[in-house]
Ligand binder design. Structure first.
Ligand code: NI
Length: 227
């Protein structure tokens, strides 16, 4: 499932993120990638030890985990602290697949990447190119969202970022280890949850059918979740 979620960050929050990021030091993005991806990756990233990072990471994770749509879609067990990248002057990231396992910086632990997330921090009018192209069962989908919006998609997908031919495409990217590793199961749970929310809004929280479906939702989580 590829899902776009609006307004993870407000325009004021985006402006504050950008002020911090624009003043920070950047490094070559190939520092955090495997050898195959490094061949096709051309961008800049905020170094993992940058003093600018921890506040931005905390702020963004708080905004994500307060968003019911994001939580329902990702069902997060572990969230990699978000990283930040920038593409300018024709930079691009050719087609690749993300590493399945990543170390969690500073924790000495690893996590599985089930869900890939990008939070856009540039307005689409401020740059040309820079579409995120995600290959799925129904073909390729191009994603370019307003600043503050987020896309999430299965980390199993082949994907690329097309060359940025004008301006700067600044974004946050990170991965989630989901409680439900299988994308098809996550999608069914998301659809069921959204239907329950809409039924409850129409019929009331204590409507007997809505309560029964809520029970099914939680029992499926019991069957499928790994915490
Ligand atoms: Ni990638």
């Amino acid at each position: 499932m590829l899902l776009c979620i609006p307004d993870i960050l407000s325009p004021d929050e985006v402006a504050a993120f950008r002020a911090t990021l624009d003043a920070a030091d950047w490094q070559d993005g190939r520092m955090t990638t495997g050898p195959q991806s490094a061949e096709t990756k051309r961008n800049a990233q905020i170094p993992l030890d940058s003093p600018a990072l921890p506040d931005l990471q905390r702020h963004l994770v708080r905004a994500l985990t307060r968003n019911p749509l994001w939580v329902s879609a990702a069902l997060p067990a572990k969230i990699l602290p978000p990283m930040f990248n920038s593409y300018t002057g024709g930079q691009t990231f050719g087609i690749h697949v993300d590493n399945a396992i990543r170390p969690i910086p500073g924790e000495g632990r690893q996590m599985r990447t089930d869900v890939s997330c990008t939070v856009f921090l540039s307005d689409p009018d401020d740059y040309d190119g820079g579409e995120l192209i995600v290959e799925g069962h129904y073909g390729a989908q191009a994603v370019k969202l307003p600043a503050g919006h987020c896309v999430l998609y299965p980390a199993t997908s082949l994907h690329q970022v097309t060359p940025v031919t004008r301006g700067a495409r600044v974004a946050s990217f990170f991965w989630v280890q989901s409680m439900v590793r299988d994308d098809a199961r996550r999608e069914m749970l998301f659809d069921l949850d959204q239907s329950i929310q809409s039924l409850s809004a129409r019929l009331g929280l204590n409507d007997s059918e809505a309560v029964r479906l809520t029970g099914i939702y939680h029992n499926l989580i019991r069957q499928w979740a790994e915490c």
